[in-house]
Design a protein around this ligand. Sequence first.
Ligand SMILES: [Zn+2]
Ligand SMILES: [Zn+2]
Ligand SMILES: [Zn+2]
Ligand SMILES: [Zn+2]
Ligand SMILES: [Zn+2]
Ligand SMILES: [Zn+2]
Length: 415
Amino acid sequence: MAAEGSAGAFEDDAEPTITIGEYIEGIEAEELEADLVLGGDDGKECTYGGGYLKRQAVFSCLTCVPAGVGGVCTACSLACHDGHEVVELWTKRKFRCDCGNSKFGSHVCKLCPEKDPENPANSYNHNFKGSYCTCGRPYPDPEAEKQDEMIQCCICEDWFHEDHIGLNSIEEIPRDEEGEPLYEDFICPKCSPQCYFLKLYPDTIWASNKHNSAPKAGTTDSAAMKGGSIHGDTEKSENGVLINHLNGEKTSDNDNCPTDSAAPEKACLDGSSDGICKLGMNISTNTPSADSEKNVPFFMSKGWREVMCRCENCTNLYAQQGVAYLTDKEDSIEEYEKVAKQKREKKLEQQEGAEENFLNSLDHVQKIEILSGINDMKNEFQSFLESFDSSKPVTSEDIRAVFENLAKKKKQRLS
Ligand SMILES: [Zn+2]
Ligand SMILES: [Zn+2]
Ligand SMILES: [Zn+2]
Ligand SMILES: [Zn+2]
Ligand SMILES: [Zn+2]
Ligand SMILES: [Zn+2]
């Protein structure tokens, strides 16, 4: 492709370059990720009217609230805080939009100006000030050589560096060969004592590390939890997967229990609807004390929340420990992202439908005009691609040239 000016040839060397395939893939991945965080919210209306939402994307504006003690919804971050120093907090549970309330001084919310002075049930951790983890660093960290991925604790919702969660090695984090997490939820060492009752459950609720057959840090005292009546009928298969027969009365239902760790065992553990405790004990008096232990992180298996007992005793204990949300399906990121994906698919379908409807609503001349425009564009890209080694990087100069040629063609056609 002949460059218009000679400067272009030199610029190419310095420009970070990608191939067209990579470019398109990148855009699609970014769009999907954005849709997942926003939970399918289109970001047009302030969510204040919905009260404390079970989960939503939250942003903190340090321009309006430098102390970092206020949070706003997606729509407000766009409409009311454009150009401000906004910290993206990913998602938080039970949060209500603060935009324009007493914390925001004279700033008025453009979308929903009528708000109570404060949302007393909101909680604000140091993430709202733009710092994360036990080390309190910002993300991205301007002083870090590379931006390490962080893990969110499902209890305190703070984010942690993998090497700051009290493990001997990050190899202990349950992951598959590709590095994808094998756990659904992470509980940080500070929060794990609050959830120590989980130690009464069998190994099926703990994510295990394929690379590491030894017990994980989170279950080092699993011998203790295997003692006693609840584990009397728990078998261990050869590959270390526990097959669960917690609910004695239901063993006949358990015959078709999958023994594969990839298959969820939840179908076998539905016994608490009749009020019988799955654990067969008073959880509040049997929970081992966490005090003597070094605080360890917990990694929970896929589907573990559904395994949790819902009997009255257990439910009361969850409430006492301030973690009642764990048995609410809509609290989980898993469910939040599932809903987001469904909304995204619907949106994409509607977009396709809208394009079709638009074309159908045009008269014949308009249609030809648009279709020939699209055709010109296709042809131009086609000849660009043909003239081009597809493994070679595309530069902004190349793209500009394509559009310049298009503009020329359009002029020819119209004249
Ligand atoms: Zn809002
Ligand atoms: Zn602001
Ligand atoms: Zn607002
Ligand atoms: Zn850290
Ligand atoms: Zn935590
Ligand atoms: Zn129970």
